[in-house]
Design a protein. Structure first.
Length: 190
């Protein structure tokens, strides 16, 4: 498991992570097996780092809570830059990249990303077709698609929004706009 090691968890949250009942978590705490603090109201609370240590010591597999992003752009330099920005400035993120629409389709099916940062003007299968394919598949229809282009027109914006994207960013765009439209503003960049 990854995440903020200082996060405070309730017994129910710990139980969900460890796939046990809250009663089991409370018993572990009562026996001193899992360190816990007690609130003024008498409720137990656990730090994420203590839960991770407890799980590691017992060989328990915790779910991966990281978000996944796919960057799709045929400009290799920009693609690598966006991957680097996302990996270094947003905590707990898997970032993958694809350089054309066909590869993007394969990567979406394989990794089921929460967000696809998608160039619109690519050779072969363009971003509008990729967006339609993502939104047309029940397994990926909830994926947030953020379009981007260096050749902005109102007609292109209309096409990508109609295909299901949340926005069409004009290149170059700020990292603040990138994070906001990808939904990472609340993740607090590191």
């Amino acid at each position: 498991m990854t995440g903020d090691n200082t996060a405070i968890l309730t017994p129910t949250q710990v139980a969900e992570l460890l796939l046990v009942s809250p009663i089991t978590v409370r018993q572990w705490a009562q026996k001193g097996m899992l360190p816990a603090q007690t609130t003024a109201g008498g409720h137990r609370r656990f730090t994420r780092s203590d839960v991770e240590k407890f799980a590691r010591e017992r060989g328990m597999q915790l779910p991966d809570t990281r978000k996944t992003v796919l960057v799709v752009d045929d400009d290799h330099q920009l693609n690598k830059y966006l991957v680097a920005v996302l990996q270094t400035q947003v905590d707990d993120l898997h970032v993958f990249s694809a350089f054309d629409g066909f590869e993007a389709g394969r990567m979406v099916a394989q990794h089921q990303p929460e967000v696809v940062l998608l160039d619109i003007m690519m050779p072969g299968m363009d971003g509008v077709a990729v967006c339609k394919a993502i939104k047309g598949d029940a397994a990926t229809e909830h994926t947030r698609v953020v379009g981007m282009t260096g050749h902005f027109t109102d007609e292109l914006e209309s096409r990508i929004l109609s295909a299901g994207a949340v926005v069409l960013l004009k290149k170059p765009f700020s990292t603040e706009d990138l994070f906001e439209h990808c939904g990472f503003a609340s993740l607090q960049p590191v």
